[in-house]
Design a protein around this ligand. Structure first.
Ligand SMILES: Nc1nc2c(ncn2[C@@H]2O[C@H](COP(=O)(O)OP(=O)(O)OP(=O)(O)O)[C@@H](O)[C@H]2O)c(=O)[nH]1
Ligand SMILES: [Mg+2]
Length: 300
């Protein structure tokens, strides 16, 4: 048993679309969390683990803050609040091209009051014409919430990542590692597979359709005689009209989503994948306790 190990638990919170899941994936070096340009991509807490030297860093990605209109949305917000309520450190991520919203300010107020170690990340600095435009927000954040650190970043352009890692390592405390050394995430393979299919649909579909989609893995089995992984998923949507859009003309849309998802799955699981997709309608599932439970979107 090592004696000089260190550990840090950090939650990643902030407004929807700020780049939290992109950050989680970059921090751990694998694409475990779905990322998309659509708001409300992440629906549950997702843990990702990274070891640097003797330190185990345990990150929890959370659903983004947004104005909820469904039971699903309420649960997502609860999951985010729960994740930051009892943790050593919160990486609060703000899209630097947007002002603070009320929800973000309220969460930061409460974290500062609780005395949680805060790192405020201003993401998407690549979108700023003038970096100096950030100065007033930096000053306000520092004065109002007294964070341990403020890190301007661009996750997609790989700017500021080493600064953030340094700040995180400085906050780690002596203690045993919580997860096995080779563990990457707490997400079961079936959930990862379903999420990878949903991620492709988020990229391909417009308007309300992707928000009303849930994906469930029905089968996940490696063949005994061949190096092939058979995965079968059901895509649930809320209306017949949405089902038609998901399938597309001559099945073009579902074919494209399946091909993209299969490539992503093969890349991740490092094995040839045979992916079957089915589309079903479940009206108003986002407001049904039973369906939310069936889809693994439990109350926290
Ligand atoms: N320009 C730019 N885009 C970024 C950056 N980081 C993330 N994005 C993009 O922002 C969008 C949202 O990223 P996500 O990582 O899904 O954001 P999120 O905060 O997890 O969103 P929710 O799960 O909906 O709360 C995606 O299109 C990303 O590619 C960045 O540094 N610069
Ligand atoms: Mg996310």
């Amino acid at each position: 048993m090592q004696t000089d190990t260190k550990i840090l638990f950090a939650a990643i919170a902030g407004h929807t679309n700020a780049g939290k899941s992109s950050l989680l994936n970059t921090l751990i070096g694998e694409r475990i969390a779905s990322v998309s340009p659509k708001p409300q991509t992440t629906r549950t807490r997702i843990t990702g683990i990274r070891i640097i030297g003797q330190t185990q860093l345990v990150f929890t990605d959370t659903p983004g803050l947004h104005k909820s209109r469904t039971k699903l949305g309420d649960r997502m917000l609860e999951a985010a609040k729960e994740a930051v309520s009892d943790i050593d450190c919160v990486i609060f991520m703000q899209d630097c091209t947007k002002p603070w919203g009320e929800q973000e300010a309220a969460m930061l107020d409460s974290l500062a009051k609780q005395g949680t170690a805060l790192i405020i990340v201003f993401n998407k600095i690549d979108l700023l014409k003038e970096k100096t435009a950030l100065a007033p927000m930096l000053v306000e954040a520092d004065e109002r919430w007294h964070p341990k650190a403020i890190v301007p970043m661009s996750v997609t352009k790989d700017e500021g990542m080493s600064d953030l890692t340094e700040e995180l390592l400085a906050l780690a405390v002596p203690g045993p590692h919580y997860f096995p050394e080779d563990m990457l995430t707490d997400q079961p393979e079936r959930v990862l597979a379903a999420e990878m299919v949903r991620e492709q649909l988020l990229w391909l579909l417009d308007d309300e359709v992707p928000h009303g989609i849930a994906v469930v893995t029905e089968q996940f089995r490696e063949r005994e005689d061949k190096d092939i992984l058979d995965i079968s998923v059901t895509i649930f949507c809320e209306r017949e009209s949405h089902k038609r859009i998901i399938i597309g003309k001559h099945g073009d849309m579902i074919k494209k989503a399946s091909t993209n998802a299969r490539k992503r799955l093969e890349d991740f699981f490092r094995i040839k994948v045979n992916l079957q997709t089915w589309v079903k309608v479940k009206e108003n599932w986002r407001n049904s306790d039973a369906m939310l439970r069936n889809f693994g979107l439990e109350e926290t």
